[in-house]
Design a protein around this ligand. Structure first.
Ligand SMILES: C[S@@+](CC[C@H](N)C(=O)[O-])C[C@H]1O[C@@H](n2cnc3c(N)ncnc32)[C@H](O)[C@@H]1O
Length: 227
């Protein structure tokens, strides 16, 4: 199996059998989620809420343009937000049809009408240049196998003046997280090296974008860029 197939297989089984567990962990709404948040990420309720708020905050209030979210995963963090973005045109993309099926079910359950789904690879996005006003990426870049292609493609499809924002794991911020990533998430295929540090990410994004701000909440890196 090549790296693309390994990652797809990992997320296929997560999306199929363990989506509820994933949702509980990422939203720390279950005991397991709270335990993992504090053990692996040293997060508590307050700073866990902060990383997601900070990652989403660059999206303007009452946003009414075109937004691409990649990867959507199960949509647990964003579909409830999209419910209140009635005037936006939202496209969600993921490698894994099984992860994305959970997001589609969530969209249908909440009656959200302005979201469409595309299965694909962030490294070869099936969209025209400059076709989105916002590109949002939550917890994706630590998973993507070809990060260079992912940075290029997310940049290419964003219009000049558009916003690129989101979050993902940043190395060398918190030793215990680094340990779990190396010994648990990488072997399972959920995370794929190489990983950015805060300074390497800041440098990379500053070279590409006209504005780039990078911050961290423990080992979660949050970025906001303007093209
Ligand atoms: C940890 S989940 C994050 C999902 C969601 N954004 C969240 O924060 O809950 C990572 C997702 O990245 C997707 N993924 C991995 N490599 C990808 C690629 N090359 N192109 C598109 N999606 C990819 C996986 O299928 C998985 O659903």
């Amino acid at each position: 199996m090549n790296i693309h197939e390994e990652i797809k297989a990992s997320y296929k089984s997560l999306g199929k059998g363990f989506a509820n567990m994933y949702d509980g962990i990422i939203t720390r709404s279950t005991l397991l989620g709270k335990m993992m948040d504090s053990l692996v990420w040293e997060l508590n309720a307050e700073n866990a809420a902060k990383w997601i708020n900070d990652a989403l905050s660059p999206i303007p209030d009452n946003f009414s343009g075109k937004l691409l979210e990649v990867p959507i995963g199960t949509g647990v963090l964003t579909v409830p937000v999209y419910k209140n973005m009635n005037d936006a045109n939202i496209t969600c993309l993921d490698y894994s049809a099984d992860m994305m099926k959970n997001a589609e079910n969530r969209v249908n359950a909440l009656g959200v009408k302005n979201v469409s789904f595309v299965q694909g690879d962030v490294g070869a996005l099936p969209f025209e240049d400059e076709s989105f006003d916002v590109v949002l990426s939550l917890n994706g870049f630590h998973a993507f196998p070809d990060k260079e292609a992912a940075y290029k493609e997310t940049y290419r499809v964003l219009r000049t003046g558009g916003i690129f924002c989101g979050c993902f794991y940043i190395a060398q911020e918190f030793k215990r997280t680094d340990w779990f990533v190396k010994h648990m998430y990488v072997p399972k295929g959920f995370f794929t090296p190489p990983f950015e540090t805060k300074s390497s990410l800041k440098e990379r994004l500053s070279e590409m974008y006209s504005e780039a701000v990078v911050s961290t909440v423990k080992a979660e890196g949050i970025f906001r860029c303007v093209k």
